[in-house]
Write a protein that binds this ligand. Structure first.
Ligand code: ZN
Length: 256
């Protein structure tokens, strides 16, 4: 019964959306990453984005006026990781705060979970446990262009990570997943990634992934969606685990 009501309510929100077909088309056109989705996936992503914009509060900070175009750009990318998981995976918080560009002076700091953040995340985005997601528009605007970097996916991956407590690269896994396989795949890849950095034998993945297991999960999630070919080439075991976790197989979306 409850799910019927929830479903009816969701349909009502989607029906009442004031975003026009043309606005959606423009938003998709600005995000080449999403062009790889099937028609059905695009339709489901659109529905999720409407519900996301209804449930979450997106606010500009430092004088930034958020246009509906900007909101769609953020919502569509934010919803991609949960396309086959559902919005419930973003439960427990409401705000997305968007700064124009750099919003915290350049410095390293250690957050409440003992995670050290350096220039990149400090300057472009943060994702706090139960707190708001903080993004820079500059970073969000440059995301979704298939270069392997995606600030929006990065920050929302942190939100999935902290669903079961600390930010440690260990989100709640599905029942059919094997915890030891996850731990083995990610630990081996994390160690290998750090070794490669130390021996100048690095892979085409942002070195920020070496900062901590939490950043490793967030950065590798960016690569999973943006450049699944790279992730699968260097770390096939991680790709396989992410495929099971996100319930998506982005590599099949790549052109032949
Ligand atoms: Zn991060």
């Amino acid at each position: 019964m409850f799910s019927l009501i929830a479903r009816w309510w969701q349909e009502r929100i989607i029906r009442r959306s004031t975003v026009t077909g043309q606005q959606w088309q423009l938003a998709f056109a600005r995000l080449p990453l999403l062009n790889r989705l099937t028609k059905d996936e695009k339709a489901r992503l659109t529905r999720l984005a409407i519900l996301f914009l209804h449930e979450k509060s997106l606010e500009g900070a430092r004088g930034l006026e958020l246009t509906s175009e900007m909101k769609l750009t953020i919502a569509l990318q934010a919803c991609l990781p949960v396309l086959n998981l559902g919005l419930d995976w973003y439960r427990g918080w409401v705000s997305v705060i968007v700064y124009p560009a750099q919003f915290i002076p350049e410095r390293n700091f250690v957050d409440e979970f003992g995670v050290e953040h350096s220039a990149r995340s400090v300057l472009s985005g943060e994702s706090w446990h139960r707190g708001p997601v903080i993004l820079s528009w500059e970073g969000a605007r440059l995301s979704g262009v298939i270069d392997g970097y995606n600030l929006v996916i990065h920050e929302f991956a942190h939100k999935l990570d902290v669903l079961n407590g600390d930010a440690n690269g260990f989100p709640p896994l599905h029942r059919n997943m094997d915890v030891s396989q996850w731990v083995t795949a990610l630990t081996e890849a994390y160690n290998d990634f750090q070794n490669r950095l130390n021996t100048w034998n690095d892979v085409p993945i942002d070195s920020y992934a070496a900062a901590s297991p939490a950043e490793f999960f967030a950065v590798f999630s960016e690569v999973f969606f943006e450049r699944p070919d790279i992730l699968n080439h260097y770390y096939p075991a991680v790709y396989e685990q992410f495929k099971q976790f996100y319930r998506q197989d982005p590599i099949v979306r790549l052109p032949d």
